[in-house]
Design a protein around this ligand. Structure first.
Ligand code: 4AD
Ligand code: MG
Length: 463
């Protein structure tokens, strides 16, 4: 392609060669001697400065008048060394063409700083801001790094379905998928007949690809899935979305320690990649969003993650009970305030909690000999708590069947899942990394609604 991005132009030498810059005007500044257009095309955080000297500005006078913040432009000129601090080159512009105007009276993104709340209302325009451009680039790089990590280790990427009849987490927080005219049925007073529904039975959007990916684990050994998942929980927090992306690796013959080793290597790989390949964007987040971000990410790479059992953690929390809104006790599904405290005050970084009470975890987790806990692991991080949840799976047929019965789940619906235990069962383990939680972690952004292009949350499905 002859078309060049600003990032590609910045890789060139300022040797006076002719260039054409295409992008959107961020700012226009006029002095007596020159007009400066800062142009950005999203290929990198930094703008390219296009300088129109007096003669060029006079020639482009009419177009410059229309080239306000947000306008799309094509600037022709030559590439020269920049006398300005902090940028190695600039464009000595000879001509300007405004492609699409963005009238100042109506264009919502002016030069001033906008709140994230306001920007959420214009989610179709917010990628044009520094922050959301940076989030999008980091998100992109992380998605690719996830595939790099697993592909380099012989994992197969398995595409699991989004529409499903089984509830992986057994929590019932599922969105129903139906083509039945529920309104008409309700008016008629008749019961809903799901045999007439599109799939012939109640169907839902998946909360996790795990059960499906386990089938391929029992054949290919090392697998992972990476796709959207849906949760109809009414959680209005800065850490929950109704639609989020999840990465779920599953490894045959792996036990809980192997699983934690993989999770630690995985997260460190992602942090290392972000520091190396998203340095410009991370420097911005460090400066503007989360002071100390880069140092804290670098520190994560330096030492092994801490480990603790749930029972040990609760003992510590109980000693500090006065610090929490929700009083900790054995059996409590820990809140973000507890998780943050453990990471920030006790572990000083990421922390694996293991062996949770079986009542607060999913049916498929391997039961410990104590009859009370399961081989679960959550990885907690400072600032928001849980980033990964996983476990060793129950591979013993009778134990799993008994647990399904005990919880009153529909045995028939899980019969295919139980087949994996009936035929050639093996120990195996896996986990789920919430992709948006990862992006919160590496960018230092505070609200999960600001790290996905179009957030879905209770009462929020705009755009
Ligand atoms: O802990 P969860 O519910 O685990 C599972 O779904 C397992 N099936 C994973 C597995 O073992 N294969 O979710 C995994 C992760 C959480 O640790 C969190 O990072 C993220 O998914 N997550 C959410 N992210 C955003 N919004 C939500 N509502 C989330 N719920 C979970
Ligand atoms: Mg969890």
């Amino acid at each position: 392609m002859k078309l060049m991005t600003i990032k590609e132009i910045f890789a060139l030498e300022p040797d006076g060669r002719a260039v054409t810059v295409k992008g959107w005007v961020r700012t226009k500044r006029e002095t007596k001697a020159a007009v400066f257009l800062e142009v950005n095309d999203g290929s990198r955080m930094g703008n390219i400065q296009c300088v129109f000297d007096e003669a060029a500005a006079a020639a482009a006078n009419a177009e410059l008048g229309r080239a306000g913040t947000g306008a799309s432009v094509a600037v022709e000129g030559v590439l020269v060394a920049s006398p300005a601090a902090g940028q190695k080159l600039e464009v000595r512009a000879s001509s300007l063409r405004v492609i699409g105007e963005a009238p100042a009276e109506t264009y919502p993104l002016q030069k001033k700083a906008h709140s994230f709340e306001f920007l959420r209302e214009i989610a179709h325009l917010r990628p044009r801001t520094n922050t959301f451009g940076a989030v999008a680039r980091v998100r992109n790089r992380m998605a690719f790094a996830i595939h790099e990590f697993y592909q380099a280790r012989g994992f197969n990427y398995v595409h699991t379905p989004l529409i499903t009849a089984s509830d992986c987490e057994g929590a019932g927080a599922m969105f129903q998928v139906t083509t039945l005219d529920l309104e008409r049925i309700a008016k008629s007073g008749q019961a809903v007949d799901y045999s007439k529904d599109f799939f012939g039975k109640p169907s839902f959007l998946t909360v996790s690809g795990q059960l499906n990916v386990e089938t391929y684990c029992a054949a290919l050994g090392r697998v992972y899935t990476f796709g959207p998942t849906f949760r109809a929980e009414n959680s209005n927090t800065t850490r929950h979305l109704s639609e989020f992306w999840m990465i779920e690796p599953e490894v045959a013959f792996a036990e809980l320690p192997d699983n934690m080793e993989l999770a630690e290597e995985f997260l460190k790989h992602l942090v290392r990649t972000a520091l190396k390949d998203c340095a410009e964007d991370l420097a911005f987040f460090d400066q503007r969003i989360q002071p100390g971000l880069v140092k804290s990410l670098e520190a994560v790479l330096d030492k092994p993650f801490a480990h603790m059992t749930y029972t040990e953690a609760v003992a510590i929390l109980e000693k500090n009970a006065d610090k929490f809104e929700v009083k900790p006790y054995w059996g409590l599904d820990l809140m973000s305030e507890h998780e943050k405290f453990l990471c920030e005050q006790i572990a000083g970084g990421p922390l694996f909690l293991t062996d949770y009470p079986k009542e607060i975890k999913s049916f498929y987790m391997k039961q410990n000999a104590d009859g009370k806990t399961v081989r679960a692991m959550d990885l907690l991080v400072p600032r928001f708590g849980e980033i990964i949840g996983g476990s060793e799976r129950e591979e013993r047929l009778e134990v799993l069947e008994a647990r399904i019965r005990e919880l009153g789940l529909d045995e028939k619906a899980y019969s295919w899942y139980l087949d994996l235990r009936r035929f050639g069962t093996t120990p195996h383990s896996g986990f789920g990394l919430g992709f948006e939680r990862l992006i919160l972690y590496v960018t230092g952004m505070a609200n999960i609604r600001d790290v996905i292009p179009f957030p879905r949350a209770p009462k929020l499905a705009d755009f």
